[in-house]
Design a protein around this ligand. Structure first.
Ligand code: CTP
Length: 395
């Protein structure tokens, strides 16, 4: 059955991409009402929005006052998607300002709210915007993107609006099935750090975004989620229980405790395979080490393989495999060997490299089962990939 969806459009160049969002929602069978700010209508034409949405476009707070439009729209909505959400609109939503139809509609609604920010990198990284986004996340608003890439000018960076299909997928997922209700899922994310001395560590480039997206989506689908995070560079969703960890051995202790009674463990964390044999008590000094410094490393426990070896029935294990191998078949073979070695039920294979896997908001994965058979292939925003991985646990 179709949903009543309000698509809010605020005034940024990405407003033209809102057309794609509306189109995808309409084609999926939903009743879409576009609410555009005045500024938005300077970027995208009303006739376009009306033709694509098949409904009149609402802009003015003082139109249709007799039907109390702002309240009616807000109350009728099953879902509100704001795409693009400018820094200004984000600030207004965070503060609860309602000086236009979009503001009043959002304020008068109890529907889930999904926003797709779009702005220049400096504006996205401004502490004011960061604080507003943190507020919205805490209130349970789903934030999709922004992505890194070419911006409107000649510059590039984080701030590009997410692609319409990813926004629609994230938005529909919010209203989607609570098919993980009652399940207890432990997710690890981020990268462990192994100290060398009080100021230095050996680490890796994992930001934690893929694991955090899995935790966030699992919670949205009704699961009781524990997120074990090592040095996360992304915000922790308010919907999960969070335990921060530092080293691989910290992570092992925490995971071992957390999986007691859990239905599934998703090991998205990049765990250091080795740690310095000894940690210097004081800062390692050049005068003492000279022109060369040789580090002696010892092997860390393989958290996943140990859990796989002494498997408790009822605990589903999902591992990740980060491989730099560029040949698809060869990478699949590495994955099959790794799945067997770790004793997992599913292994999510993804290609990593200097420019792949870590630095982007997107991912492309192949999931195999314990027998090495491909069960899922998914690509898109990390949140979309998260849902496809969770589909396997829901089944
Ligand atoms: N993992 C783990 N403990 C480790 C290393 C990895 O639990 N000490 C987990 C990761 O969280 C991931 C999976 O094992 O789910 C595979 O990690 P990956 O780095 O791809 O494999 P490695 O075992 O480190 O093998 P290699 O470095 O040889 O590719």
């Amino acid at each position: 059955m179709g949903l009543t969806v309000v698509v809010g459009i605020s005034g940024g160049i990405a407003a033209y991409k809102a057309v794609g969002v509306i189109r995808a929602l309409v084609l999926a069978g939903h009743d879409v009402h576009a609410v555009a700010t005045d500024a938005a209508l300077r970027f995208v034409g009303r006739p376009t929005l009306e033709a694509i949405s098949r409904n009149p476009v609402e802009t003015d707070l003082f139109e249709g006052v007799a039907q109390v439009r702002h309240v009616a729209l807000g109350q009728a909505a099953d879902l509100i998607v704001v795409a693009p959400a400018t820094a200004h609109t984000i600030a207004k939503i965070a503060t609860g300002l309602d000086d236009d139809l979009l503001g009043t509609t959002i304020l008068a609604s109890r529907a889930p709210l999904v926003i797709a920010p779009a702005m220049h990198t400096e504006m996205w990284q401004n502490p004011a915007t960061e604080a507003n986004i943190a507020t919205l996340r805490e209130r349970g608003v789903t934030i999709v993107g922004p992505e890194s890439g070419q911006l409107t000018g000649s510059d590039s960076g984080q701030g590009r609006m997410a692609e319409p299909e990813d926004i629609v997928a994230a938005a529909l997922a919010v209203t989607g099935p609570r098919d993980l209700a009652g399940r207890r899922i432990v997710v690890t994310a981020g990268g462990t750090r192994e100290p060398l001395d009080p100021v230095r560590f050996l680490g890796n480039r994992s930001s934690g975004l893929q694991g955090v997206s899995i935790a966030e989506r699992a919670a949205a689908r009704g699961a009781d989620v524990t997120l074990i995070g090592a040095h996360l560079e992304v915000p922790v969703p308010a919907s999960v229980a969070f335990v921060p960890v530092g080293t691989a051995r910290d992570l092992q202790t925490t995971v071992t405790d957390a999986v007691a009674g859990a239905d599934a463990l998703v090991m998205a964390a990049a765990v250091a395979d080795y740690r310095p044999e000894s940690v210097a008590e004081t800062k390692i000094k050049k005068e003492q080490t000279g022109d060369e410094l040789v580090l002696r490393l010892v092997k860390n426990p393989d958290v996943l393989a140990e859990l796989g070896a002494q498997r408790r029935p009822g605990l589903t294990l999902v591992g990740f495999a980060a491989e730099t191998e560029t040949d698809d078949d060869a990478r699949l073979e590495l994955g099959r060997a790794k799945a067997a070695r770790k004793g997992v039920d599913f292994l999510v294979l993804n290609r990593v490299g200097w420019a792949e896997g870590f630095v982007t908001d997107r991912n492309s994965v192949t999931v195999i089962d314990a027998a090495g058979t491909i069960v899922t292939e998914a690509s898109g925003a990390k949140v979309t990939v998260a849902d496809r991985i969770l589909d396997l646990l829901a089944r």
